[in-house]
Design a protein around this ligand. Structure first.
Ligand SMILES: [Mn+2]
Length: 490
């Protein structure tokens, strides 16, 4: 053997950008994925066979105990960007995190894997800047997929019912004295029935009381038939109940009348709804939200009038997103907003919410970033700073959110508006800590006006937006004590 080839490992240490500690299932998978980006990777594992396998796969692999405090000596750490402790052993990972934290500069990020949230906290305390918990990631992915399957399944079942009843006549019955949610939902259902050559009429009893509701029906020209007596129902092959579920309860349908379709979001104590097809989701704020989902799933074109009607339905039933609002309602509203006729909306409603505020709210919903229970949203350039606190108010109604920060740029300043309903936090103090003398406020409502001076060198508008966003988000999260890496989807 050529003497110069002896001890070749001790002469030339690997100089990784990414150091992976633990070459098991996850370490191996991560290394494989990173290799695609042509990064320098070294994997360290205590198991000889594993190291051998990794080498056969073409990886730089070293034998070593990841809990060894001198481990960093076996690699050249000059190019190091990240150390990832990915073994299946929580305690070993925690030790490795602490060991590396003590020797590498702060610029090197240490991340790790934990089997539960308790271990996650230990690792964070040891110096890990990002800890992932595989069971949580897996369950989240699966739940999202199951959600998708469920909505698809229900959509398919409605389509199937319609297919089986192709060509019939359908009476869509609203509850007595119908409101915009019931009316818009029925309107959406008639659009769906058209696809299946089903001729549907919207039937109602009682009065359309509120002048807003009258304006709504007239402006959108929704055809509705007032029920003249029980014989009306005999004219239809089948009946649907929308925004209500039980024959004879809050409607004039005879109690023993068979029902084809029920779509509703109310619950009825001990009364048991019954129909061929039923979709009752008591966890959403409006029937219009459910119908909007159907339109999306079934690829039914949504006209300006229909979008406007449904949006108005969701808004009135949730009292402008203040009552029983879930992320499904926000998602539906966000889908409908760009399709709807804003002038028409202003004509219909008493201006409890200006079109401008609705624009900003829609933008805020789209751009939201959620960290734990904190929601932040950059709405970009604004024309009226009063729209920010209004948007923040509405977003605070979202499930699981206790603090909202909405911000935007006007003239030469960044305007920040914050709202919260967490009594443990004094928002005014948090805002002052984040933005200094530019901010102030009360425990549950606060604001800031920050001069753009610091960013004025950024000529490009997009770069400016990005800088503002990063700065506001960072400062606020740090002041309120929330980890920036804890971003989640909502
Ligand atoms: Mn309703």
């Amino acid at each position: 053997m050529n003497p110069s080839q002896k001890n070749v490992e001790s002469v030339k240490k690997p100089r990784p950008e990414f150091l992976i500690l633990g070459g098991g299932i996850i370490g191996f998978a991560v290394a494989k994925e990173l290799r695609k980006t042509e990064k320098e990777i070294t994997v360290i594992d205590v198991d000889k066979t594993r190291v051998e396998t990794l080498r056969q796969e073409g990886f730089n692999a070293l034998l070593g105990d990841i809990t060894d405090p001198d481990l960093y000596n076996i690699v050249d750490t000059r190019n190091l960007i990240c150390v990832a402790a990915l073994s299946s052993n929580d305690d070993a990972n925690t030790k490795a995190v602490a060991n590396f934290k003590a020797v590498v500069p702060d610029s090197v990020k240490i991340i790790s894997r934990a089997s539960d949230t308790l271990k996650k906290e230990e690792m964070m305390a040891a110096g890990s800047s990002y800890v992932f918990v595989p069971p949580l990631i897996v369950s989240k992915t699966i739940t999202e997929y199951l959600d998708l399957i469920e909505t698809k399944h229900i959509g398919n079942r409605l389509a199937q019912w319609m297919e089986e009843h192709r060509g019939i006549t359908l009476g869509i019955v609203l509850h007595d004295n119908p409101d915009p949610d019931a009316i818009s939902s029925a309107y959406a259902l008639t659009e769906i029935t058209k696809k299946f050559d089903i001729k549907a009429d919207i039937l109602y009893d009682g009065k359309v009381g509120h002048h807003e509701n009258k304006a709504f029906i007239n402006l959108l020209a929704i055809p509705m038939i007032k029920i003249s007596g029980p014989e009306v129902f005999d004219q239809y092959d089948s009946l649907a109940l929308v925004d209500n579920s039980i024959p004879s309860v809050n409607n004039s349908v005879p109690a023993d009348q068979p029902i084809g379709i029920i779509i509703d979001h109310h619950s009825y104590a001990d009364l048991e709804p019954s129909a061929d097809f039923m979709d009752i989701r008591t966890n959403v704020g409006a029937s219009a939200t459910i119908l909007t989902k159907y339109l999306q799933q079934m690829d039914i074109p949504v006209s300006k009038e229909l979008a406007t009607a449904l949006l108005f339905g969701i808004r009135t039933d949730t009292n402008d997103f203040r009552r029983n609002t879930t992320s499904a309602d926000f998602a539906a509203a966000s889908f409908l907003h760009p399709l709807s006729d804003h002038d028409l909306l202003t004509q219909v409603e008493t201006p409890s919410m200006s079109v401008e505020t609705l624009d900003i709210l829609s933008e805020a919903i789209r751009n939201r970033e959620v960290y734990g229970t904190v929601l932040l949203s950059n709405v970009g350039t604004i024309r009226n700073r009063d729209t920010l606190p209004q948007a923040a108010d509405y977003l605070l109604a979202m499930e699981g959110i206790s603090t909202v920060v909405v911000f935007g740029i006007m003239d030469d300043s960044i305007y920040v508006s914050a709202r919260n309903d967490d009594i443990r936090v004094h928002l005014g103090d948090v805002m002052r800590e984040a933005f200094g003398d530019n901010a102030g406020g009360h425990p549950t409502a606060a604001g800031a006006k920050i001069p753009l001076g610091v960013f004025s060198s950024a000529k490009d508008k997009q770069i400016l937006q990005k800088l503002v966003e990063e700065s506001v988000v960072k400062r606020f999260l740090s002041a309120i004590g929330v980890d920036e890496d804890s971003e989640n989807d909502l």
